[in-house]
Structure formats: structure tokens, C-alpha cells
Design a binder for this molecule. Structure first.
Ligand SMILES: [Fe+2]
Ligand SMILES: [Fe+2]
Length: 301
């Protein structure tokens, strides 16, 4: 198994690393709309076809709004899953129970943080940006899958936030400092979650044979496919928001939607599926499941 930490150690580091909402976005903080919000490695707006510099910056900011909205949606399915996971075993290991409750509390805080950023965004952007949803329906669709498949999707999410943070560090010249701080603070806590998720995945895989683990990896890929469909819809909504903001239609609408969909596929799917810690856990529980996911990941680059 890929285990190099315990619940007690994860709880101790989570308690040291914890932050308050106001540390990231205080009541008087304003986003800087003269800057880009998302790292170029994720938003790929410099390569967006048919746009001038001002439109690329607007699209980058809309991509930032997408990030805030989608993480709101993602955290909505993580929170009930973690609570369901801790409930049946409240009387077992005290550190395990406390680490999972700490994890759940932090995700509830992240939901609030993303919402707070979204409010700041709406205040400054001036044009409405539509998002896919509702979040509860998306969460219900994800959560109807095999718990091991859902736990793999959550492990993927936690590790991919590390790539998002690292991309924002590389892209240090033009990003809004509050967005950079969001990516950094989120990763600081997600880093502990990723370790707890690893322990959850291992616990759920422990009693299963390889065929059952392979089937759960198939369910994880179903969740990926479902999210991918949502990303395609969101890319079209983002282009519509850009057109509304500039007051004119973009030249190559379908080309731009396809290019931005692929950027989102890398940001939310590929960068998690290919993270070495995610693939390490997967290959430790089942080399066949790892091969299945690795083959599917190629389309999300
Ligand atoms: Fe989170
Ligand atoms: Fe998390």
C-alpha cells in the first residue's frame, strides 16, 4: 500500500496549517480586474483563437469565475461523502474520527470561501456569468456511484489542486494576488485531505478483490465522463458571457468553445488523473485499474 502517514499525523498537520476565511479574502478586499485571475497553463486564454488582448483577459477572468463555481459544486459532493464515511465508525479510532471531522469542516469552509470570492467577482465584473447546475443535482449524480469510485474522484480533486497552486507560482507576473492566495490557501488544506483520502481509498479497497476494484475504477471514469459533459456546457456558457461583456459575437465561436473546453478538461480532469500521487495510490490497489485510468487520461491533456 501507498501509506506513509497516519490519521494522527494528518490531524496534527491540519491543525498547524489551518487558516480563517478573512486570512484569504477579508470583507474589504477587492479583486483586481486589471489583471488575469487564472494561470495561463490552466486557462489557455493566450492561445484562444480569434480574440484580441482585452478579450483574452476578459475570458481569463470568466475562466476564474468558472473555477470558483466548479469548486463550489465539487466541494458540495465531497462534504456529504466524508460525513457518511465517518458516521458508521464513530466508536473506532479517535484520531480517525477527528481527522475526518476536521476534513469535513474545512470543506464546508472552502464552500464558503469560494462563495465569498464569487460575490467579490460579481461585484467587479459587471456582466452575469451563467454556470452549470444546480450543484445539488450534480452532487446527487456523482454520489449515486460506488463509494470507492467516488473516493477516487475525491482523491483526484485533492491532488489536482496542488498542480493548480504550482501553476500559479510559475505564472507570477500578471495574476490577481487574491486569486493566487486562494489557490495557495486551498492547496495548504487540500494537502491534508489528499492524505486522508488515500487512507479512505485504501480502507474501501481493502476488502475487495481485483475485479471489484477494477469495476470501481470504471465508475470513477463514469464520474469523469459526467463532469466532462458539464465542462463542455460550461465552455459554451463562458463564451456567451464573453460576448455579453464585449457586446459583440466572437469570430470563431465553435473553435473557441472547443479550445476552452480542452483547457478545462486539463484543469479539472487530466491534471488530477495524471498526478503521480493519485496514480501511485491507484497502482498500489490495482495495477489493472491504474492501466484503465491511464489509457483514459490521454484525451484530457
Ligand atoms: Fe477544498
Ligand atoms: Fe479537500
Amino acid at each position: 500500500m501507498y501509506r506513509d502517514f497516519t490519521y494522527a499525523e494528518v490531524l496534527a498537520s491540519a491543525e498547524r496549517a489551518g487558516w480563517r476565511l478573512d486570512d484569504v479574502l477579508g470583507p474589504d478586499d477587492r479583486l483586481d480586474f486589471t489583471r488575469r485571475f487564472m494561470p495561463e497553463a490552466l486557462a489557455r486564454t493566450d492561445a484562444a483563437p480569434g480574440l484580441d488582448a482585452a478579450e483574452r483577459k476578459l475570458l481569463n477572468q470568466i475562466s476564474g469565475h468558472q473555477y470558483l463555481s466548479l469548486f463550489g459544486v465539487i466541494e458540495e459532493f465531497i462534504l456529504p461523502f466524508v460525513l457518511d464515511h465517518v458516521r458508521p465508525q464513530l466508536d473506532t479510532d479517535d484520531y480517525r474520527v477527528r481527522a475526518l471531522l476536521q476534513f469535513a469542516g474545512e470543506e464546508a469552509k472552502h464552500i464558503q470561501l469560494f462563495r465569498r470570492f464569487q460575490e467579490a467577482y460579481v461585484l467587479g465584473f459587471g456582466t452575469p456569468c451563467q454556470v452549470i447546475g444546480p450543484a445539488e443535482a450534480i452532487a446527487a449524480e456523482v454520489l449515486r456511484h460506488d463509494p470507492l469510485g467516488v473516493a477516487l474522484a475525491i482523491l483526484h480533486v485533492e491532488w489536482m489542486t496542488q498542480n493548480h497552486y504550482l501553476d500559479s507560482v510559475k505564472d507570477d507576473d500578471g495574476l490577481d494576488p487574491l486569486f493566487k492566495s486562494l489557490l495557495r490557501h486551498h492547496w495548504i488544506e487540500e494537502c491534508q485531505h489528499a492524505k486522508i483520502d488515500t487512507l479512505m481509498v485504501e480502507a474501501l479497497a481493502d476488502s475487495r478483490g481485483d475485479d471489484a476494484i477494477l469495476a470501481a475504477a470504471g465508475e470513477y471514469l463514469e464520474i469523469i465522463g459526467f463532469i466532462d459533459g458539464g465542462l463542455r456546457q460550461q465552455a459554451a456558457l463562458n463564451v456567451a458571457a464573453l460576448e455579453l461583456a464585449t457586446g459583440r459575437p466572437v469570430a470563431d465561436r465553435e473553435g473557441l468553445i472547443a479550445q476552452q473546453h480542452q483547457a478545462a478538461r486539463w484543469t479539472y480532469l487530466g491534471s488530477g488523473m495524471a498526478h503521480p500521487r493519485f496514480t501511485g495510490t491507484l497502482s498500489a490497489i490495482s495495477p489493472r485499474a491504474h492501466a484503465l485510468v491511464e489509457a483514459a487520461a490521454a484525451q484530457f491533456n
